[in-house]
Design a protein around this ligand. Structure first.
Ligand SMILES: *Cc1c(COP(=O)(O)O)cnc(C)c1O
Length: 320
């Protein structure tokens, strides 16, 4: 029998491989890069092709492989939905029990997906920040439960999007990558990956990283506009783009630095713009993405982009 190669782990020289070499993988990553049919030089990276429908699988394979190596029987994760589903799936494969803490208003489809994998779903009153606090309490109460989520191991896995982009462009670095920002883990990981590629002489430059937040939840965009690295958290944010509804981004400062150091910027889009962009992505490009992808599409449509531009569509439209 011929099984698929082990997903993102083909980039093992850039990843923290567990000493045993034993990994929990579902051939995550290796997602398509396709050109826009409407705009020249705009390329969509289809991260919704990942096994659980979002790029979170790239980080979950690393976290759960390490959970297994370290002998954890239980993990806990705070999530706005996608990370929870991803951790639940990889935990199921590893025979590890997962508890997922989510804000109570997460879309029903995401809750169903989490429960389908056999994870325990804990609905927390409040926002993502409250869900995060709940996981810290559980871990403090029982240190044998591993904390998973927006932590350094996840960031390692999520770097692989950048390696793939350069590979798919035949070694060329794009001029910019347009990235949705929730907790800022993804954009920080992309920056780290390009720095590593420069250090290992795989590339000579870094693309501009263009971060996108929903206007209703845009602490980093506000800080960027005010030219400060100090952002003010937002309590109980509300946006249709649930995957980026993080009022106090865990890697907020790192995200701001990634944008600054790559000469990029942070933009925000309104709820109406996202609704329009979600439809135009589907009707003009044939791409059904969740609202975080609509946020980046709105930025594509609202501005003129020069040079090669990569647009990350991070989660599947069927999830919302
Ligand atoms: C997690 C997620 C994001 C945000 O990523 P961060 O690493 O939290 O910044 C954006 N879109 C989708 C679909 C996601 O699942």
């Amino acid at each position: 029998m011929k099984t698929s190669p082990a997903g993102i782990w083909r980039w093992e020289t850039f990843l923290p491989v567990p000493p045993t070499g034993k990994i929990v993988s579902m051939n995550e990553g290796n997602t398509s890069l396709i050109e826009s049919v409407k705009r020249k030089n705009i390329f969509y990276k289809l991260e919704f092709e990942n096994p659980t429908g979002s790029f979170k699988d790239r980080g979950s394979t690393v976290e759960i492989s390490h959970a297994l190596f370290n002998g954890y029987k239980k993990v806990v994760c705070a999530s706005t939905g996608n990370m929870g589903a991803s951790i639940s799936a990889y935990a199921a494969r590893a025979g590890i029990h997962a508890t997922i803490c989510i804000p109570h208003h997460v879309p029903l489809n995401k809750m169903r997906q989490i429960e389908a994998y056999g994870a325990k779903l804990v609905k927390v009153k409040g926002d993502y920040q409250d869900a995060l606090k709940k996981t810290w309490e559980m871990n403090a109460h029982n240190p044998k439960i591993m904390l998973t989520g927006d932590y350094p191991l996840r960031m390692e896995g999520q770097k692989t999007i950048a390696f793939e982009i350069v590979e798919q462009l035949n070694g060329k670095v794009p001029d910019q990558i347009i990235v949705p920002i929730g907790n800022g883990t993804l954009i920080t990981a992309l920056h780290a990956a390009f720095v590593e590629m420069i250090q290992t002489k795989m590339v000579k430059k870094v693309p501009k990283l263009i971060g996108v937040q929903a206007q209703n939840c845009s602490p980093l965009e506000k800080a960027w506009k005010n030219n400060t690295m100090r952002f003010v958290p937002i309590q109980n944010p509300q946006t249709i783009a649930g995957a980026i509804e993080c009022g106090n981004p865990v890697y907020g400062l790192e995200a701001l630095m990634a944008v600054k150091q790559t000469n990029g910027k942070i933009l925000s889009v309104s709820e109406a713009e996202m609704k329009r962009a979600k439809l135009s992505l589907a009707r003009k490009e044939g791409l059904y993405s969740e609202y975080s992808g609509a946020a980046v599409q709105a930025v594509v449509e609202n501005h003129l982009w020069k040079g090669t531009t990569i647009v990350l569509l991070c989660g599947h439209g069927l999830k919302e």
